[in-house]
Write a protein that binds this ligand. Structure first.
Ligand code: CA
Length: 225
């Protein structure tokens, strides 16, 4: 288990690094935001402990850059007692937990261990569902109300996209680029035809209807409230 500490105060940083090492973990220390970002991106870390107040790029910048770059390593951020708003901001930016300075090392270690455990058990779901519709990504099978549904490869990809982005209105252009890997040409009705075929298979004989047209916007799959 490898941990990256991003902390500019030398005493605190060294104290954390030493404590984590004594607890049997491998810990690296970065002293500013840019170094921290570079190391975190390099990968291999199971957890990043991130101070918010850093010279150069601050902790928010580091977190934002990491998440924007698709790096989903768990992040525990360290904030000051008088910065209550930080907690909300940090969690909104995609941090996993926070600690308010000053904190007891035992508390930090307990939080770190929880995040490390969680990180290891995170697995990509292989079964996507909405109401009684199921898409089994491993076996490449679709079922609705227990009945097998035969889908073409494109229909499967389209349904997978709808299920992954449930409740989100997907414009035709986005569907075209993600499922057909092409630019959307508004003269073609390839998307509409494909959605109609998919609906005929997964919606027409069932209740409730899951795939809806949003006029002028695109399509959405959602379970009606
Ligand atoms: Ca600091």
């Amino acid at each position: 288990m490898k941990i990256l500490i991003v902390e500019d105060e030398p005493k605190t940083g060294e104290y954390l690094r030493q404590g984590l090492t004594e607890a049997g973990l491998v810990a690296d220390l970065a002293r500013d935001g840019w170094d921290g970002l570079q190391l975190a991106r390099g990968g291999g870390y199971d957890l990043v402990i991130l101070d918010v107040m850093l010279p150069g790029l601050d902790g928010w910048g580091v977190l934002r850059e990491l998440r924007a770059g698709g790096v989903d390593v768990p992040v525990l951020f360290l904030t000051a007692r008088d910065q209550i708003d930080d907690r909300v901001k940090g969690l909104e930016l995609g941090a996993d937990d926070y600690l308010v300075k000053p904190f007891a090392f035992a508390e930090l270690l307990a939080r770190a261990r929880t995040l490390l455990r969680r990180g290891r058990t995170t697995v990509e779901p292989t079964l996507l569902t909405a109401a009684d519709l199921e898409l089994d990504l491993l076996r490449r099978r679709a079922r609705r109300a227990g009945r097998a549904i035969d889908l073409t490869a494109k229909e499967f990809a389209l349904l997978e996209l709808f299920l992954r982005r449930q409740g989100e209105v997907l414009p035709r252009g986005l569907i075209a680029s993600l499922v057909w890997d092409m630019n959307f040409d508004s003269d073609t009705n390839v998307i509409d035809v494909a959605v109609r075929r998919l609906r005929a298979k997964v919606d027409d004989d069932f209740q409730p209807r899951l795939i809806r047209t949003v006029r002028g916007m695109g399509y959405v799959l959602e379970v009606p409230a």
